[in-house]
Design a protein around this ligand. Sequence first.
Ligand code: ATP
Ligand code: BTN
Length: 261
Amino acid sequence: MDLPTLQLLLEDLPLGAVDYSPVLDSTNARAQRWISSGASHLSLVVADEQTAGRGRNGRIWLTPPGSAIAFSLILLPEVNNPISIPYLSPLGALAVCESLQSMYDLPALIKWPNDILLFGEKAAGILVETEWQGEQFHSAVLGIGINVAPGSVPEPSEINFPATCVEGALGRSVDRWALMKGVIERVIKRLQDFDQQKFLQAWEDKLAFTGETVQLLRKDEQPIIGQLEGLMRDGSLRLLLPNGKVLSVRAGEIHLRAVDS
Ligand code: ATP
Ligand code: BTN
């Protein structure tokens, strides 16, 4: 890939400027630097390889060359956007799931809050990083990483949850740039036509482990075990506890796992 080819591929999308690098530390980090030097709304940073890809809470996201998708979309408050910030991460996850479903008929699901699973294994992740000036929203970077070819799947010793890739799940090769375009297109469409109720329904329809018993692992605390019922109106996870009470869980430093019965 090179910048002119990428610009041509994406020319029918209403993006700001487009930036492409064969290697970057992290597309999110590059996007943040670009915001500081005056990037416009919906500018896009793409890299073939990341050397310091970021996951949630300081964890790492591995992106070896030639095999994955790594991009970050810059969102600024200039354009009056009714979406609330906590929905950006699931909106990205939903766009990935819907693209995999409609482009390749793959039954992708969202492991709440931000991972995309294919047949129970992690194939993609979303990282939204926001900047505020006091109470005022300044900018957000919506970063999406997708494992496409087998070379993108980390060794089991490098990860804390089984990983897979799109081509592995599909059994054939995939044009990763076409997939990236499909995802960006859906992100922008969902942002522009944002309807909270429809969005929550679409997100809930794609939730992994619905109706199953799951455990929520929290650092230094006992796991919470319950049946995953769905989402609350604010996007919190709704769990039915063994004592019959319903617990609402906000995204945070929490890891969701299935419980094998
Ligand atoms: P958990 O998966 O335990 O719920 P998490 O989803 O919060 O945690 P994230 O921060 O979302 O974890 O993802 C980062 C983690 O993903 C890393 O700690 C590593 O285990 C794993 N990881 C890193 N690179 C990849 C990759 N390319 N594919 C799949 N998993 C990866
Ligand atoms: C996660 O599952 O923790 C989220 C991983 C997000 C990875 C993407 S790859 C593109 C963008 N740049 C980064 O450094 N991280 C995100």
